[in-house]
Design a protein. Structure first.
Length: 401
Protein backbone atom coordinates (compact mmCIF):
# COMPACT_ATOMS: atom_id res chain seq x y z
CA UNK A 1 0.00 0.00 0.00
CA UNK A 2 2.83 2.39 0.86
CA UNK A 3 4.56 1.57 -2.42
CA UNK A 4 1.40 2.31 -4.42
CA UNK A 5 0.91 5.56 -2.52
CA UNK A 6 4.51 6.55 -3.25
CA UNK A 7 4.01 5.97 -6.99
CA UNK A 8 0.78 7.96 -6.89
CA UNK A 9 2.46 10.90 -5.18
CA UNK A 10 5.34 10.72 -7.66
CA UNK A 11 2.89 10.79 -10.58
CA UNK A 12 1.03 13.77 -9.13
CA UNK A 13 4.35 15.55 -8.59
CA UNK A 14 5.47 14.89 -12.17
CA UNK A 15 2.10 16.04 -13.52
CA UNK A 16 2.32 19.20 -11.45
CA UNK A 17 5.79 19.94 -12.81
CA UNK A 18 4.59 19.30 -16.35
CA UNK A 19 1.70 21.73 -15.86
CA UNK A 20 4.03 24.44 -14.51
CA UNK A 21 6.44 24.52 -17.45
CA UNK A 22 8.79 27.47 -17.13
CA UNK A 23 11.11 28.85 -19.79
CA UNK A 24 14.61 29.90 -18.60
CA UNK A 25 15.07 33.56 -17.57
CA UNK A 26 17.05 34.43 -20.70
CA UNK A 27 14.08 33.40 -22.87
CA UNK A 28 12.10 36.41 -21.59
CA UNK A 29 14.46 38.75 -23.38
CA UNK A 30 14.29 37.12 -26.83
CA UNK A 31 13.22 39.85 -29.23
CA UNK A 32 10.21 39.32 -31.47
CA UNK A 33 11.26 40.55 -34.96
CA UNK A 34 7.65 41.51 -35.75
CA UNK A 35 7.36 43.83 -32.75
CA UNK A 36 3.80 45.13 -32.97
CA UNK A 37 0.91 42.87 -34.13
CA UNK A 38 1.49 42.00 -37.78
CA UNK A 39 -1.53 40.78 -39.77
CA UNK A 40 0.61 38.96 -42.35
CA UNK A 41 2.65 37.19 -39.66
CA UNK A 42 -0.54 36.19 -37.83
CA UNK A 43 -2.06 34.80 -41.05
CA UNK A 44 1.08 32.80 -41.85
CA UNK A 45 1.31 31.58 -38.26
CA UNK A 46 -2.30 30.44 -38.42
CA UNK A 47 -1.56 28.25 -41.46
CA UNK A 48 1.40 26.63 -39.71
CA UNK A 49 -0.55 26.24 -36.49
CA UNK A 50 -3.39 24.54 -38.36
CA UNK A 51 -1.04 21.94 -39.86
CA UNK A 52 1.18 21.19 -36.86
CA UNK A 53 -0.50 22.33 -33.64
CA UNK A 54 -4.28 22.19 -34.05
CA UNK A 55 -4.40 18.39 -33.66
CA UNK A 56 -3.76 18.87 -29.93
CA UNK A 57 -4.45 22.55 -29.20
CA UNK A 58 -7.45 22.95 -31.53
CA UNK A 59 -7.50 25.64 -34.20
CA UNK A 60 -9.00 28.03 -31.64
CA UNK A 61 -6.13 27.33 -29.21
CA UNK A 62 -8.39 26.06 -26.42
CA UNK A 63 -7.42 22.42 -26.85
CA UNK A 64 -8.90 19.67 -29.01
CA UNK A 65 -11.71 18.01 -26.98
CA UNK A 66 -10.46 14.48 -27.71
CA UNK A 67 -6.85 15.31 -26.85
CA UNK A 68 -7.80 17.11 -23.63
CA UNK A 69 -9.42 13.90 -22.39
CA UNK A 70 -6.71 11.49 -23.53
CA UNK A 71 -3.50 13.37 -22.61
CA UNK A 72 -2.06 14.00 -19.16
CA UNK A 73 -1.28 16.80 -18.78
CA UNK A 74 -3.83 18.02 -21.35
CA UNK A 75 -2.77 20.49 -24.08
CA UNK A 76 -2.52 24.03 -22.74
CA UNK A 77 -5.32 26.52 -23.36
CA UNK A 78 -3.38 29.08 -25.40
CA UNK A 79 -6.07 31.72 -24.88
CA UNK A 80 -5.68 31.60 -21.09
CA UNK A 81 -4.03 34.32 -19.02
CA UNK A 82 -1.38 31.80 -17.92
CA UNK A 83 -0.12 31.56 -21.50
CA UNK A 84 -0.90 35.07 -22.68
CA UNK A 85 0.93 36.61 -19.70
CA UNK A 86 4.17 35.02 -20.89
CA UNK A 87 6.49 37.05 -23.08
CA UNK A 88 6.83 36.37 -26.79
CA UNK A 89 10.32 35.08 -26.09
CA UNK A 90 9.08 32.50 -23.58
CA UNK A 91 6.46 31.19 -26.00
CA UNK A 92 9.07 31.09 -28.78
CA UNK A 93 11.47 29.16 -26.53
CA UNK A 94 8.83 26.52 -25.71
CA UNK A 95 7.94 26.05 -29.39
CA UNK A 96 11.63 25.68 -30.17
CA UNK A 97 12.61 23.22 -27.44
CA UNK A 98 9.42 21.36 -26.56
CA UNK A 99 8.91 19.12 -23.55
CA UNK A 100 7.33 15.70 -23.02
CA UNK A 101 4.42 15.23 -25.45
CA UNK A 102 5.03 18.73 -26.81
CA UNK A 103 7.47 18.20 -29.69
CA UNK A 104 10.47 20.39 -30.43
CA UNK A 105 10.09 22.35 -33.66
CA UNK A 106 13.68 23.59 -33.87
CA UNK A 107 14.35 21.30 -36.87
CA UNK A 108 10.84 21.44 -38.30
CA UNK A 109 10.18 25.17 -38.56
CA UNK A 110 12.52 28.01 -39.42
CA UNK A 111 13.07 30.75 -36.84
CA UNK A 112 10.81 33.06 -38.84
CA UNK A 113 8.03 30.44 -38.94
CA UNK A 114 8.24 29.93 -35.16
CA UNK A 115 7.86 33.66 -34.60
CA UNK A 116 4.85 33.62 -36.93
CA UNK A 117 3.28 30.90 -34.77
CA UNK A 118 3.97 33.11 -31.74
CA UNK A 119 2.15 35.95 -33.52
CA UNK A 120 -0.89 33.73 -34.08
CA UNK A 121 -0.91 32.47 -30.48
CA UNK A 122 -0.71 36.04 -29.27
CA UNK A 123 -3.69 36.94 -31.49
CA UNK A 124 -5.81 34.27 -29.76
CA UNK A 125 -5.71 36.26 -26.55
CA UNK A 126 -6.29 39.62 -28.23
CA UNK A 127 -9.47 39.20 -30.26
CA UNK A 128 -10.21 42.87 -30.76
CA UNK A 129 -6.84 43.39 -32.47
CA UNK A 130 -7.09 40.29 -34.64
CA UNK A 131 -10.46 40.89 -36.26
CA UNK A 132 -10.81 38.79 -39.40
CA UNK A 133 -8.25 36.27 -38.15
CA UNK A 134 -9.93 34.85 -35.08
CA UNK A 135 -11.63 31.45 -35.33
CA UNK A 136 -15.24 31.51 -36.46
CA UNK A 137 -17.98 28.94 -36.04
CA UNK A 138 -17.60 28.01 -39.69
CA UNK A 139 -14.16 26.65 -38.80
CA UNK A 140 -15.92 23.49 -37.64
CA UNK A 141 -17.11 22.96 -41.20
CA UNK A 142 -13.63 23.32 -42.66
CA UNK A 143 -11.65 21.35 -40.10
CA UNK A 144 -10.24 19.24 -42.94
CA UNK A 145 -8.49 22.30 -44.36
CA UNK A 146 -6.37 22.77 -41.26
CA UNK A 147 -4.80 19.32 -40.93
CA UNK A 148 -3.55 16.80 -43.50
CA UNK A 149 -5.88 13.82 -43.89
CA UNK A 150 -3.00 11.39 -43.40
CA UNK A 151 0.13 12.05 -41.33
CA UNK A 152 2.53 10.34 -43.77
CA UNK A 153 3.04 9.71 -47.49
CA UNK A 154 1.86 6.06 -47.39
CA UNK A 155 -1.14 4.27 -45.90
CA UNK A 156 -0.07 0.58 -46.14
CA UNK A 157 0.80 0.09 -49.81
CA UNK A 158 -1.26 2.95 -51.21
CA UNK A 159 0.19 6.47 -51.50
CA UNK A 160 -1.76 9.15 -49.63
CA UNK A 161 -2.68 12.74 -50.45
CA UNK A 162 0.02 13.92 -48.02
CA UNK A 163 3.26 15.40 -49.38
CA UNK A 164 6.66 15.75 -47.78
CA UNK A 165 7.30 18.98 -45.84
CA UNK A 166 9.54 21.60 -47.41
CA UNK A 167 13.28 20.76 -47.51
CA UNK A 168 12.72 17.20 -46.26
CA UNK A 169 13.19 13.73 -47.74
CA UNK A 170 12.02 10.34 -46.53
CA UNK A 171 13.33 6.79 -46.15
CA UNK A 172 10.60 4.17 -46.61
CA UNK A 173 11.04 0.49 -45.69
CA UNK A 174 8.19 -1.93 -46.48
CA UNK A 175 8.60 -5.56 -45.37
CA UNK A 176 6.22 -8.50 -45.92
CA UNK A 177 6.84 -11.87 -44.25
CA UNK A 178 5.70 -15.23 -45.66
CA UNK A 179 1.99 -16.17 -45.53
CA UNK A 180 0.80 -18.42 -42.68
CA UNK A 181 -2.52 -20.01 -41.81
CA UNK A 182 -4.17 -20.38 -38.42
CA UNK A 183 -2.70 -23.86 -37.84
CA UNK A 184 0.54 -25.31 -36.49
CA UNK A 185 2.46 -23.53 -39.23
CA UNK A 186 1.63 -20.28 -37.46
CA UNK A 187 4.04 -21.05 -34.62
CA UNK A 188 6.37 -23.46 -36.48
CA UNK A 189 7.22 -20.67 -38.94
CA UNK A 190 7.11 -18.04 -36.20
CA UNK A 191 4.25 -15.97 -37.67
CA UNK A 192 5.86 -16.22 -41.10
CA UNK A 193 9.18 -14.68 -40.09
CA UNK A 194 10.98 -17.95 -40.95
CA UNK A 195 9.60 -17.94 -44.50
CA UNK A 196 10.80 -16.08 -47.59
CA UNK A 197 9.91 -12.41 -47.33
CA UNK A 198 9.60 -9.45 -49.66
CA UNK A 199 11.10 -6.05 -48.88
CA UNK A 200 11.29 -2.66 -50.54
CA UNK A 201 13.57 0.27 -49.76
CA UNK A 202 12.79 3.66 -51.25
CA UNK A 203 13.73 7.32 -50.97
CA UNK A 204 11.17 10.08 -51.50
CA UNK A 205 12.03 13.69 -52.33
CA UNK A 206 10.02 16.88 -52.58
CA UNK A 207 10.84 18.52 -55.90
CA UNK A 208 8.60 21.54 -55.42
CA UNK A 209 5.34 22.41 -53.74
CA UNK A 210 2.78 19.79 -54.75
CA UNK A 211 5.31 17.59 -56.60
CA UNK A 212 7.11 14.61 -55.08
CA UNK A 213 9.40 11.93 -56.55
CA UNK A 214 10.43 8.52 -55.22
CA UNK A 215 12.92 5.82 -56.25
CA UNK A 216 12.89 2.29 -54.84
CA UNK A 217 14.16 -1.29 -55.03
CA UNK A 218 12.05 -4.40 -54.32
CA UNK A 219 13.37 -7.87 -53.59
CA UNK A 220 10.75 -9.97 -55.42
CA UNK A 221 11.41 -9.65 -59.14
CA UNK A 222 14.43 -7.44 -58.37
CA UNK A 223 12.38 -4.42 -59.37
CA UNK A 224 13.65 -0.87 -59.54
CA UNK A 225 10.88 1.71 -59.61
CA UNK A 226 10.36 5.43 -60.00
CA UNK A 227 7.21 7.34 -59.07
CA UNK A 228 5.87 10.87 -59.24
CA UNK A 229 3.03 12.33 -57.19
CA UNK A 230 1.42 15.64 -58.16
CA UNK A 231 -1.31 17.59 -56.39
CA UNK A 232 -4.02 18.54 -58.86
CA UNK A 233 -6.35 20.24 -56.40
CA UNK A 234 -5.94 21.58 -52.88
CA UNK A 235 -8.85 21.54 -50.41
CA UNK A 236 -11.19 24.51 -50.22
CA UNK A 237 -14.22 25.48 -48.17
CA UNK A 238 -16.56 24.16 -50.88
CA UNK A 239 -14.60 20.96 -51.56
CA UNK A 240 -12.44 20.01 -48.53
CA UNK A 241 -10.51 17.25 -50.29
CA UNK A 242 -7.18 16.96 -52.07
CA UNK A 243 -6.99 15.42 -55.55
CA UNK A 244 -3.67 13.81 -56.47
CA UNK A 245 -2.20 12.22 -59.61
CA UNK A 246 0.23 9.35 -59.06
CA UNK A 247 2.39 7.37 -61.50
CA UNK A 248 4.81 4.48 -60.93
CA UNK A 249 7.08 2.79 -63.48
CA UNK A 250 8.76 -0.46 -62.39
CA UNK A 251 11.60 -2.31 -64.15
CA UNK A 252 12.57 -5.91 -63.35
CA UNK A 253 16.30 -6.69 -63.42
CA UNK A 254 15.79 -10.47 -63.16
CA UNK A 255 17.61 -12.70 -65.63
CA UNK A 256 15.86 -13.34 -68.92
CA UNK A 257 13.21 -16.05 -68.34
CA UNK A 258 13.80 -19.41 -70.01
CA UNK A 259 11.03 -19.77 -72.57
CA UNK A 260 10.69 -22.95 -74.70
CA UNK A 261 12.05 -22.76 -78.22
CA UNK A 262 9.35 -21.82 -80.70
CA UNK A 263 7.34 -19.68 -78.22
CA UNK A 264 5.07 -17.22 -80.03
CA UNK A 265 3.33 -13.96 -79.21
CA UNK A 266 -0.48 -14.03 -79.18
CA UNK A 267 -0.53 -12.64 -82.73
CA UNK A 268 1.69 -15.47 -83.99
CA UNK A 269 5.00 -13.58 -84.14
CA UNK A 270 8.13 -15.37 -82.83
CA UNK A 271 8.71 -14.45 -79.19
CA UNK A 272 11.69 -12.27 -78.23
CA UNK A 273 12.28 -10.94 -74.71
CA UNK A 274 13.09 -7.25 -75.16
CA UNK A 275 13.84 -4.46 -72.70
CA UNK A 276 10.29 -3.09 -72.87
CA UNK A 277 8.94 -6.42 -71.62
CA UNK A 278 10.55 -5.72 -68.25
CA UNK A 279 8.35 -2.67 -67.58
CA UNK A 280 5.09 -2.28 -65.66
CA UNK A 281 3.23 1.04 -65.44
CA UNK A 282 0.64 2.12 -62.91
CA UNK A 283 -1.23 5.44 -62.88
CA UNK A 284 -4.02 6.53 -60.60
CA UNK A 285 -5.89 9.64 -59.57
CA UNK A 286 -7.38 9.78 -56.10
CA UNK A 287 -9.11 12.14 -53.71
CA UNK A 288 -8.70 12.19 -49.95
CA UNK A 289 -9.56 14.24 -46.93
CA UNK A 290 -10.79 14.31 -43.36
CA UNK A 291 -14.28 12.92 -42.89
CA UNK A 292 -14.36 13.84 -39.19
CA UNK A 293 -11.92 14.66 -36.40
CA UNK A 294 -10.96 10.99 -36.13
CA UNK A 295 -11.73 9.51 -39.55
CA UNK A 296 -9.93 10.16 -42.86
CA UNK A 297 -10.39 8.47 -46.20
CA UNK A 298 -9.40 8.41 -49.84
CA UNK A 299 -10.66 6.72 -52.99
CA UNK A 300 -9.28 6.63 -56.50
CA UNK A 301 -9.29 5.20 -60.00
CA UNK A 302 -6.22 3.37 -61.29
CA UNK A 303 -4.91 1.94 -64.54
CA UNK A 304 -2.16 -0.70 -64.72
CA UNK A 305 -0.33 -1.81 -67.87
CA UNK A 306 2.33 -4.50 -68.18
CA UNK A 307 4.13 -4.86 -71.50
CA UNK A 308 4.39 -8.64 -71.21
CA UNK A 309 1.61 -10.87 -69.86
CA UNK A 310 0.86 -14.61 -69.98
CA UNK A 311 -1.31 -15.66 -72.90
CA UNK A 312 -4.40 -16.25 -70.74
CA UNK A 313 -4.17 -12.83 -69.06
CA UNK A 314 -4.59 -9.18 -69.97
CA UNK A 315 -1.98 -6.48 -70.31
CA UNK A 316 -4.27 -3.81 -68.83
CA UNK A 317 -6.29 -3.67 -65.63
CA UNK A 318 -8.54 -1.04 -64.05
CA UNK A 319 -8.65 -0.65 -60.27
CA UNK A 320 -10.45 1.30 -57.55
CA UNK A 321 -8.30 1.71 -54.43
CA UNK A 322 -9.66 2.96 -51.10
CA UNK A 323 -8.18 3.78 -47.69
CA UNK A 324 -9.82 4.46 -44.33
CA UNK A 325 -7.86 5.74 -41.34
CA UNK A 326 -9.19 6.01 -37.79
CA UNK A 327 -7.34 8.06 -35.19
CA UNK A 328 -7.02 5.95 -32.01
CA UNK A 329 -4.75 8.31 -30.08
CA UNK A 330 -2.57 11.36 -30.35
CA UNK A 331 0.08 9.50 -32.38
CA UNK A 332 -1.64 6.26 -33.39
CA UNK A 333 -4.01 5.19 -36.16
CA UNK A 334 -5.81 2.11 -37.43
CA UNK A 335 -5.86 1.72 -41.21
CA UNK A 336 -7.92 -0.34 -43.64
CA UNK A 337 -6.82 -0.51 -47.28
CA UNK A 338 -8.30 -2.35 -50.23
CA UNK A 339 -8.39 -2.39 -54.03
CA UNK A 340 -11.02 -3.64 -56.45
CA UNK A 341 -9.44 -4.75 -59.74
CA UNK A 342 -10.99 -6.39 -62.82
CA UNK A 343 -8.86 -9.53 -62.43
CA UNK A 344 -9.97 -12.88 -61.03
CA UNK A 345 -8.31 -14.07 -57.82
CA UNK A 346 -7.08 -10.58 -57.05
CA UNK A 347 -8.63 -8.47 -54.28
CA UNK A 348 -5.87 -6.88 -52.19
CA UNK A 349 -6.84 -6.12 -48.59
CA UNK A 350 -4.68 -4.99 -45.68
CA UNK A 351 -5.02 -3.60 -42.20
CA UNK A 352 -2.37 -1.81 -40.17
CA UNK A 353 -1.80 -0.23 -36.79
CA UNK A 354 0.63 2.67 -36.80
CA UNK A 355 2.45 4.63 -34.14
CA UNK A 356 4.19 7.89 -35.02
CA UNK A 357 6.39 10.34 -33.15
CA UNK A 358 6.94 14.08 -33.63
CA UNK A 359 5.55 13.96 -37.16
CA UNK A 360 8.85 12.59 -38.51
CA UNK A 361 8.75 8.85 -37.84
CA UNK A 362 6.08 6.15 -38.16
CA UNK A 363 6.09 2.40 -37.56
CA UNK A 364 3.27 0.17 -38.82
CA UNK A 365 2.39 -3.45 -38.15
CA UNK A 366 0.54 -4.78 -41.23
CA UNK A 367 -1.57 -7.82 -42.06
CA UNK A 368 -2.66 -8.50 -45.62
CA UNK A 369 -3.42 -11.05 -48.30
CA UNK A 370 -0.44 -10.26 -50.54
CA UNK A 371 3.33 -10.17 -50.23
CA UNK A 372 3.65 -7.84 -53.19
CA UNK A 373 4.39 -4.18 -52.52
CA UNK A 374 4.52 -2.29 -55.82
CA UNK A 375 1.06 -1.44 -57.21
CA UNK A 376 1.82 -2.95 -60.62
CA UNK A 377 2.73 -6.26 -58.96
CA UNK A 378 -0.10 -6.29 -56.39
CA UNK A 379 -2.73 -5.86 -59.10
CA UNK A 380 -1.34 -8.44 -61.56
CA UNK A 381 -0.78 -11.34 -59.13
CA UNK A 382 -3.19 -13.58 -57.23
CA UNK A 383 -3.88 -12.57 -53.65
CA UNK A 384 -3.75 -15.15 -50.87
CA UNK A 385 -6.86 -17.04 -49.80
CA UNK A 386 -6.84 -17.03 -45.97
CA UNK A 387 -8.13 -20.58 -45.71
CA UNK A 388 -5.51 -21.98 -48.12
CA UNK A 389 -2.39 -19.84 -48.38
CA UNK A 390 -3.03 -17.76 -45.24
CA UNK A 391 -2.18 -14.09 -44.57
CA UNK A 392 1.11 -12.22 -44.44
CA UNK A 393 2.33 -10.14 -41.52
CA UNK A 394 4.65 -7.24 -42.19
CA UNK A 395 5.77 -3.79 -41.18
CA UNK A 396 6.37 -0.36 -42.67
CA UNK A 397 8.90 2.13 -41.42
CA UNK A 398 8.89 5.73 -42.65
CA UNK A 399 11.38 8.35 -41.49
CA UNK A 400 11.50 12.00 -42.53
CA UNK A 401 14.85 13.80 -42.62
Amino acid sequence: MKLRLSFLLLWVFIAAIAQDWQAPPEAKHLKNPYGVPDAIAVAQGRKIFGKLCAACHGIDGKGDPVMRKSLNPPPADLTSAKVQNQTDGEIFWKITHGKGMMASYANVLTEQERWQVVAYIRSLGNKEKSEGIETKKTEKLTYGLQLPAFPFIYAVNEPTTTFLPEKQWALVIQHRFGPVRADEGLWRNFLGLDLASNIRFSFAFRLMRGLQAEIGRTRYGKYYDFSLKYRLFSPSAKFPFSIVLYHNTAFTSEKTPAYPEGTLFADGRPFAYDFVHRLIYHTQVFAGGRLSRRLSGEIGLGFTWRNLAPLAEKNAYVSIPFVLQYKTGMMSHLLLEGVWVNRKRTMPLAIAYEISSSGKHVFQITLGNSQEILPGNILTNNTFRPGREGLALGFNLIRYF
